[in-house]
Design a protein around this ligand. Structure first.
Ligand code: HEC
Length: 138
């Protein structure tokens, strides 16, 4: 019984503290953190193109070889988008390692190691990469 009382008191004390804490903070505070949360969610609900850019420049490290309009180590995104559009290719299946290179097959050895990485990506991520590549189409 004593234990229960102690727990009850502890609980009360705790909840009192909590209640104190709320008015102590500015009233705008919960709204602000709410806004932050929905902002975070908005980031998740980004367009495929935005997600693709994020992967391309982030964990994909694609940007180290592919630039928008100039050939670096790999073809430019514009060239890739153009070629895939013309040939009705599928960037997603290429990144899954399920279709052959059509842009610069002679240089495929340089691109191939990335397929190991892109193969592990979800369809959503690959479609996002595809959308990002196409967004560079002039
Ligand atoms: C080490 C440099 C390098 C990195 C990093 C790299 N690529 Fe490439 N990529 C190349 C080269 C070189 C080619 C040209 C060979 C080819 O066409 O397969 C190429 C070709 C491509 C093509 C055209 C394939 C085709 O049909 O010919 C796509 C699409 C592509 N890369 C997407 C990506 C994406 C997405 C990433 C990031 C996940 C990436 N690349 C990272 C070097 C790279």
């Amino acid at each position: 019984m004593k234990k229960v009382l102690i727990i009850a008191i502890a609980f009360l004390a705790f909840s009192c503290k909590k209640q104190e804490a709320v008015p102590a903070e500015k009233q705008a505070e919960p709204t602000a953190s709410e806004a932050a949360t929905s902002e975070g969610m908005a980031e998740e609900i980004q367009t495929p193109e935005q997600l693709g850019k994020q992967i391309f420049e982030g964990k994909g490290t694609c940007v180290s070889c592919h630039k928008t309009d100039v050939k670096l180590i790999g073809p430019s995104l514009q060239d890739i988008a153009k070629m895939y559009k013309e040939k009705n290719g599928n960037i997603v299946t290429f990144l899954k390692g399920e279709s052959k290179p059509i842009v610069d097959p002679a240089q495929y050895a340089l691109m191939q190691p990335n397929i190991v990485l892109t193969k592990t990506m979800t369809d959503e991520e690959l479609k996002a990469l595809e959308a990002y590549v196409y967004s560079n189409l002039k």
